[in-house]
Design a protein around this ligand. Structure first.
Ligand SMILES: CC(C)(COP(=O)(O)OP(=O)(O)OC[C@H]1O[C@@H](n2cnc3c(N)ncnc32)[C@H](O)[C@@H]1OP(=O)(O)O)[C@@H](O)C(=O)NCCC(=O)NCCS
Length: 182
């Protein structure tokens, strides 16, 4: 895969992207979560937690980063109440809306290809999301970070509110961190 960051394009995701994005999520988690979560947590999280939230794709708030038509990163923001997770996450999904100017928008589901980490993709998607959410009237942001994701958000001005243990449907527990940017 090319390594030229000058070739990167950020665009809105479409429903046609979803299967490729699911593959990217799996690759990103399998390689980048090792050392932060154990094998059982990783397998369980791919079944019950991480994945594409197609509501965001339909809302026009989910982005892909491409390099020469290869999808190398994705991430989005949301005006919905669902705090985290893909379509697979189950009961916590709530399509209710957050009120601009009152509630924070949520930063959601960032995944970068393992060959493309530490080249500014995460930061680039985050800046794109914050700008779009601000244009939609939101002036605060929050997110539930993975243990491997928290350094990105800290580097981009987010502060940690509290640890959050996410219990999956099979009983696996994955530590995360609730973060916010005023
Ligand atoms: C978290 C993730 C999205 C970061 O993406 P990325 O493109 O590598 O991040 P960036 O290159 O934009 O990093 C920007 C800054 O964040 C910080 N940062 C990012 N990843 C870091 C890491 N693994 N360790 C330490 N600092 C890190 C650094 O300050 C970095 O700047 P620098 O490279 O100049 O030092 C990526 O590692 C990933 O996909 N992880 C697996 C999925 C995941 O956990 N997603 C988060 C969901 S909340």
């Amino acid at each position: 895969m090319s390594s030229e960051t000058s070739d990167l394009v950020v665009r809105l995701a479409t429903v046609e992207d979803v299967s490729r994005l699911e593959q990217l999520v799996e690759l990103s988690i399998r390689q980048l979560a090792a050392g932060y979560y154990d094998d059982r947590q990783i397998e369980s999280s791919l079944q019950h937690l991480y994945g594409v939230d197609t509501q965001l794709v339909r809302d026009g708030t989910y982005y892909v980063v491409e390099c020469q038509r290869q999808v190398v990163g994705c991430g989005g923001w949301s005006r919905r109440l669902t705090p985290f997770g893909g379509d697979n996450v189950g009961a916590i999904r709530d399509a209710g809306l957050r009120t601009p100017g009152q509630d924070p928008a949520v930063i959601r589901a960032f995944f970068v290809h393992p060959d493309w980490t530490r080249r500014g993709l995460g930061r680039k998607i985050l800046e794109t999301c914050e700008k779009a959410a601000q244009q939609a009237g939101y002036d605060r942001f929050e997110l539930t970070a993975t243990l491997m994701g928290r350094a990105l958000y800290a580097a981009c001005g987010y502060r940690e509110i509290r640890p959050v243990d996410i219990t999956l449907r099979d009983g696996q527990v994955l530590p995360h961190v609730l973060m916010e940017k005023p």
